[in-house]
Design a binder for this molecule. Structure first.
Ligand code: PEP
Length: 253
């Protein structure tokens, strides 16, 4: 059985005090109200990785992730954070290839392949993001583009390595826009991605990989999206910043 995962992407939001409050509110609501055994991940800004990890302590239901790491091992890369550093402070997950990093920081498939490799080398689980911009969806090129994104950054991995990846399909036109893909659109793309994985690695490997949907997931639409057979949870931006809203999203998994 694939693991259901609900990951919150806090992006560049919150002061530490606000982050502490959000964390304690969600942890409390999850303990009291959430019955599912979905894995919950808070992908927080770098300065909050350790404070929030320490705040959660032995809470086994909520893990911490970073939102990026360098493609380099170490050295003169001012301002960067390495996979080895994340590992050394006990961070298990890292988002790679978010569309905002592709768009604003020029990250492309080749670079992301390097980031995937170095994250895996240091024992981190990459949450690898893919997804098409609006004009590509409108010209019906979304399947081709997303398959290419997956190929470029992941298909050099062997079967054992790809099984360690979590994929997040995030149509760019749905991120932060309030415009969610329909459950059918999400299911269709997730099935395309899984079929592509199966063609390369075999069905059982493809069936073991969690594919999350991201793009304006909220309390009202999470349940329907997460009920799709190939949707194994979500990567959630805006709604992860509000404790009640995020808890309701988690309940949908
Ligand atoms: C995201 O940032 O990955 C995301 C899906 O954002 P939102 O939920 O706000 O659309």
């Amino acid at each position: 059985m694939r693991q259901k995962i609900v990951a919150g992407n806090w992006k560049m939001n919150k002061t530490l005090e606000e982050a502490n409050i959000l964390t304690s509110e969600i942890a409390g609501m999850v303990a009291d109200e959430v019955k599912s055994d979905a894995k919950i991940i808070f992908c927080v800004p770098f300065p909050y990785l350790l404070p929030i990890k320490n705040q959660l302590g032995t809470n086994a239901r909520i893990a911490i992730g970073a939102q990026n790491c360098s493609e380099h091992e170490s050295g003169a890369y001012t301002g960067e954070v390495s996979a080895a550093m994340l590992k050394s402070v006990g961070i298990p997950y890292v988002i790679l290839g978010h569309s905002e990093r592709r768009q604003y920081f020029g990250e492309d498939g080749k670079l992301l392949a390097k980031k995937v490799d170095i994250a895996l080398k240091h024992g981190l689980t990459p949450i690898f993001c893919c997804g098409e911009p609006l004009e590509v969806r409108e010209s019906n090129g979304h399947e081709t583009l997303v398959k290419k994104q997956v190929e470029e950054s992941l298909f050099h991995l062997d079967a054992d390595a790809i099984k360690k990846i979590v994929i997040a399909y995030e149509p760019v036109w749905a991120i932060g826009t309030g415009k969610t893909a329909t459950a059918q659109q999400a299911q269709d793309m997730h099935a395309v991605i899984r079929k592509h994985l199966a063609a390369k690695y075999g069905q059982s490997v493809a069936d073991s990989i969690s594919i999350l949907y991201g793009g304006s997931v909220n309390a009202a639409n999470a349940k329907e999206l997460f009920a799709c057979p190939d949707v194994d949870g979500g990567l959630v931006g805006g709604a992860s910043l509000k404790s009640r809203e995020f808890t309701e999203v988690i309940k949908g998994a």
